[in-house]
Design a protein around this ligand. Structure first.
Ligand SMILES: [Cu+2]
Length: 115
C-alpha cells in the first residue's frame, strides 16, 4: 500500500496474485476492515487519457499470476477508517467467486513498486 498524505480520500495498493492450484480461481471483490470502500481498479489509457474503472472479475488460470502495479490493476482503497502512515499494516480480504476469502496484511510504504 502506498502511503498518502494525512486526510487523503484513498490509498492505492499493489501486489502479485498467484494461483498455484489446479483449478481456475476467480476474484470478484475486495473487503477491508481498514477502509469504508475498497475496490479493485484497472487503469486504462483511452485516446491518450488515463482513466480508472472497476476491474470486474479477475480470472486466474492454474499456474497463472497477475500483477497489480502502477498504471494497471490496483487496489483502490477509498475512505480510510483510521490514519495510516508508513510502517502501518492494512488488512485486506480478496473475495473469490466460490465465497472463499483470502486474507493478507500489507505494509504501508512510501514508494510504489517499480513495474
Ligand atoms: Cu483507482
Amino acid at each position: 500500500m502506498r502511503a498518502a498524505p494525512p486526510g487523503a480520500a484513498a490509498l492505492a495498493g499493489y501486489l502479485v496474485l498467484r494461483n498455484p492450484c489446479d483449478a481456475v480461481v476467480e476474484v470478484v471483490d475486495v473487503e477491508s476492515l481498514d477502509f469504508g470502500a475498497p475496490m479493485i481498479h484497472r487503469t486504462e489509457e483511452i485516446d491518450g487519457i488515463s482513466r480508472m474503472r472497476e476491474a470486474g472479475r479477475l480470472v486466474l488460470a492454474p499456474g497463472e499470476s497477475l500483477a497489480f502495479e502502477p498504471g494497471g490493476l490496483h487496489l483502490m482503497l477509498m475512505k480510510p477508517l483510521r490514519p495510516l502512515s508508513e510502517g502501518d499494516v492494512v488488512r485486506i480480504r480478496l473475495v473469490l467467486a466460490d465465497g472463499r476469502r483470502l486474507y493478507a496484511e500489507y505494509p504501508v510504504r512510501r514508494e510504489a513498486p517499480v513495474p
